[in-house]
Ligand binder design. Structure first.
Ligand SMILES: Nc1ncnc2c1ncn2[C@@H]1O[C@H](COP(=O)(O)OP(=O)(O)OP(=O)(O)O)[C@@H](O)[C@H]1O
Length: 609
């Protein structure tokens, strides 16, 4: 039998379009053809199990080979094969109708919409024409008494189909590599492609005499069958030379969508690791991409591992993916799973959880900030750490400080430091008062504070250096000033003159004589504004223009230094005021350059005076 025919489509130029636009990555042809071979093999295995195929299955490897001289790549399987009729049906009609539909839609749309369509069609088999100018199929069906079939197509709409005396069951697809695709005749290149896409395919793939895949990756197994070593070993396979992960979640769901996978919490060393070790997306063990942006909630991109789902529409463009209902459900599911896992770790092993906190804290906070549902779960296990190193949950902490740190308006004022070293004198002052101070020095903490203030009732956060200790948490008590109003005004003038800097706002305050003579603070509100501005300040931040650094200089009216400044003559009092001010700058780590040199010199003078 020999048949020539024309593939029934209404356009002549389908291949140039496929070739140019179907996939930006031409290497994907190999993934498509090898998966077809694997599918055909698995179908035969199923038929065997169902008793519909009674013959010997024999060896079922899929073999990939390249012949550089003959310029061919061959993909052979011993799957169910196709009769001539089936080739006509599956290759000429079904596979082609996908291609036709693609071109039809493609022609009608404007350029922007074209990008949306490209890749919506799994053109599978026809992707071969991205790299080949002629494709042959030699196939023999598993069914008894069928003849082998030989199909050839040169990339036009013409094909030929004839009988062949193929002895063995299965299909050989032979690609005659086009002149512009020489790269695919290199064995090393093919090996790289196979390892990238086919590493976990469920049927053995042989290339140059070697099996290149693991047919049973651990995510496809039941968690009960696996040990911790299995999980860490697999992590090493995915990301060689990485630190062992902290812990992992085995995902396994059948309904309402199908998804398996393992997500690892990495021990994060540096940012590089985030960009390098990405989550890999598979569809029935075929690698698809590591661009999982819209499939995985953004904050979970910090995780590593594998997600495998046949329900994710893989060849679809980004914007389509975002709107896809299955993807949304998957997103929600993964978020929930991750939150549940963290809650479980917290519940079962609080100490272990605290030990890991420095690694997972960022992730948890990021999650809380970006996802309300995650916030609702994580609010029970997110941890705060105080300067003494003790950990608290949100409710534990509120409970812990509420007796001491309520202001006169019944607001609980949570004190924190972003740098316990440079803010040391303020931290110490707060601790001396019997207040507690949290360490909130991580990247996201300023945003996290904002969120907690919104979510928690009657709680405000203040950095320890936002005000003098007496005003940090405003109580009803007032300390009497030993100075008269007149003296206070004079003191303010003297200090203003000595400091002579318009961004230093001098005020005289009645503090405790034990407090420092001068204290420099940055009002919480102003500091936050500035922080936001520095961070690129979204929202209406720009309307503040470039905010100057403003400091409040509180001169302690009740400190003996105040008396001395007031009682001595002009030059000496100026020196003293300046010295007291410099000490305050020093305590804040703000004394630098010329001012520091002058301070050192003045101190030496004062020592010898
Ligand atoms: N190696 C093969 N053995 C047996 N049948 C095959 C083989 N390759 C392709 N076919 C048949 O040709 C059909 C079309 O293949 P094609 O790759 O174009 O699409 P698909 O595999 O059905 O879907 P997609 O690749 O888009 O997921 C297949 O469904 C299958 O019936």
């Amino acid at each position: 039998m020999q048949e020539k025919g024309s593939i029934s489509i209404h356009t002549e130029n389908i291949f140039p379009i496929i070739k140019k636009f179907l996939y930006s990555d031409h290497e994907i042809f190999l993934r498509e053809l090898v998966s077809n071979a694997v599918d055909a093999t698995q179908k035969l295995k199923s038929l065997g199990q169902l008793g519909e195929f009674k013959g010997e299955l024999g060896e079922l490897k899929v073999k990939v080979s390249v012949d550089k001289e003959a310029r061919t790549i061959t993909i052979s399987d011993r799957g169910l094969g196709m009769t001539a009729e089936e080739i006509k049906k599956y290759i000429n009609q079904i596979a082609f109708s996908g291609a036709t539909e693609f071109v039809e839609q493609y022609k009608e749309k404007d350029t922007a919409a074209k990008d949306q369509i490209i890749g919506q069609f799994g053109l599978g088999f026809y992707s071969a024409f991205m790299v080949a100018d002629n494709v042959e199929i030699f196939s023999k069906s598993y069914k008894d008494d069928t003849e082998g079939a030989h199909w050839t197509c040169d990339g036009s709409t013409e094909f030929s189909l004839e009988t062949t005396d193929k002895a063995d069951r299965g299909t050989d697809v032979v690609l005659h590599v086009a002149a512009d695709s020489d790269e695919f005749l290199e064995a090393a290149r093919l090996r790289t492609i196979l390892t990238k896409y086919c590493k976990f395919l469920p049927i053995e793939i042989e290339f140059e005499g070697e099996v290149i895949n693991q047919t049973q990756p651990i995510w496809a197994k039941q968690p009960a069958e696996l040990t911790d070593e299995d999980y860490t070993k697999f992590y090493q396979e995915l990301y060689p030379f990485s630190e062992p992960p902290l812990f992992w979640i085995h995902l396994n769901v059948d309904y309402p969508f199908n998804l398996t996978g393992i997500l690892y919490f990495p021990k994060v060393k540096d940012e590089l690791q985030f960009s390098r070790n990405k989550i890999q997306l598979y569809s029935r063990q075929v690698f698809i991409t590591d661009e999982v942006k819209d499939v995985v909630p953004e904050f979970l991109m910090l995780l590593h591992g594998v997600i495998d789902s046949p329900d994710i529409p893989l060849n679809v463009s980004r914007s389509f993916l975002q709107a896809d209902a299955a993807v949304k459900k998957i997103n929600t599911y993964i978020t929930k799973k991750v939150a549940d896992k963290l809650a479980e770790l917290y519940r079962k092993d609080r100490t272990g959880f605290e030990e890991k906190w420095s690694d997972i804290g960022l992730f948890v906070k990021y999650g809380m900030l970006s996802d309300d549902k995650f916030y609702d779960k994580a609010k029970d296990f997110v941890l705060l750490q105080n300067t003494a190193g003790k950990f608290f949950t949100l409710s534990e902490y509120q409970e812990f400080v509420q007796a001491n740190q309520k202001d006169k308006n019944e607001q609980t004022v949570v004190l924190y430091t972003t740098d316990a070293e440079t803010q040391h004198s303020f931290v110490q002052a707060a601790l001396d008062r019997g207040y507690d101070v949290l360490k909130l020095d991580a990247v996201l903490d300023s945003h996290f504070i904002g969120q907690l203030e919104q979510k928690l009732e009657k709680v405000t956060f203040k950095r320890v250096d936002a005000d003098t200790i007496g005003k940090l948490i405003e109580k009803d008590e007032t300390i009497e000033s030993v100075l008269s109003t007149e003296d206070k005004t004079k003191l303010q003038e003297l200090f203003t003159k000595a400091i002579s800097n318009p961004s230093m706002n001098v005020q005289v305050e009645a503090l405790s004589p034990q407090d420092a003579p001068v204290i420099i603070t940055v009002p919480e509100f102003m500091r936050r504004m500035k922080d936001m501005q520095r961070a690129g300040g979204g929202g209406g931040m720009q309307m503040f223009g470039s905010l100057p650094d403003t400091y409040t200089v509180s001169v302690n009216a009740n400190h003996p230094v105040a008396q001395r400044v007031l009682s001595t003559d002009d030059e000496a009092s100026q020196k003293l005021a300046r010295q007291a001010f410099d000490l305050a700058l020093l305590a804040q780590g703000l004394l630098k350059g010329e001012a520091l040199t002058a301070f050192v010199k003045r101190s030496a003078d004062l020592l010898t005076a």
